[in-house]
Design a protein around this ligand. Structure first.
Ligand code: CO
Length: 211
């Protein structure tokens, strides 16, 4: 007997569509006219971190890319395509990397188990650990250490965004702010990390492209 639990998703969709039309008769008409989101969200694929729900935003407000542990990898054509389209075509004003405490990707990167293919992806987090090894190794509480790696991982991904020619071109032409946030599903609160980057001067010279 095949599992039919998915049917509740379709039922939920129909109920949502009906309620949405009832409360805002123009809602779907507006969506068909196109999108002009101000924000690109790069978050974790984790089912507990839905971008719109936790920020109380609607369809059309946030352009979203999600992957395991919210990584910005310069060889990831998927992420780079999302970034390029969001920055150059949609002209978003803010790019937000949002990690979350209790991230399975971060935890997996810190143990030495073999998880298969995903380990190639998790190696990026292990590189973050290595870069901050002195600070992290000094934290004796395992949860506190994992939480700090979660924050440092977000900060490094924001820096990876800044290193891209897409972001640097946007800085020269108009302005764009990069943000690093961490969400906690223990209390539902997003914490802003002190890592906003909104100009080339925030980046080490070796990463700066000439105009
Ligand atoms: Co996660």
């Amino acid at each position: 007997m095949a599992d039919k639990s998915y049917e509740r998703l379709l039922e939920g969709n129909r109920a949502w569509s009906k309620a949405k039309s009832a409360s805002d008769p123009d809602f779907f008409d507006n969506l068909t006219r196109g999108q002009k989101p101000d924000y690109l969200w790069i978050g974790c694929s984790d089912s507990r971190v839905p971008a719109n729900e936790i920020t109380q935003t609607l369809s059309g407000e946030i352009f979203v890319h999600r992957n395991v542990a919210n990584l910005v990898v310069h060889t990831d054509v998927n992420l780079l395509s999302v970034l390029q389209y969001a920055v150059e075509v949609l002209e978003v004003k803010h790019v937000i990397v949002c990690g979350h405490y209790g991230c399975g990707g971060i935890t997996a990167a810190m143990d030495n188990r073999d998880y298969g293919l995903v380990d190639i992806w998790l190696a990026n987090i292990r590189e973050v650990y290595l870069r901050h090894r002195v600070e992290l190794d000094a934290i004796t509480d395992p949860t506190a250490r994992t939480n700090r790696l979660t924050e440092l991982n977000v900060i490094e991904q924001v820096r990876n965004l800044a290193k891209s020619s897409i972001v640097q071109r946007a800085w020269r032409q108009r302005g764009l702010a990069l943000h690093g946030w961490v969400y906690g599903f223990n209390n539902g609160i997003i914490t802003e990390l002190d890592c906003v980057i909104d100009e080339l001067e925030d980046l080490e010279p070796v990463f700066r492209f000439n105009r």
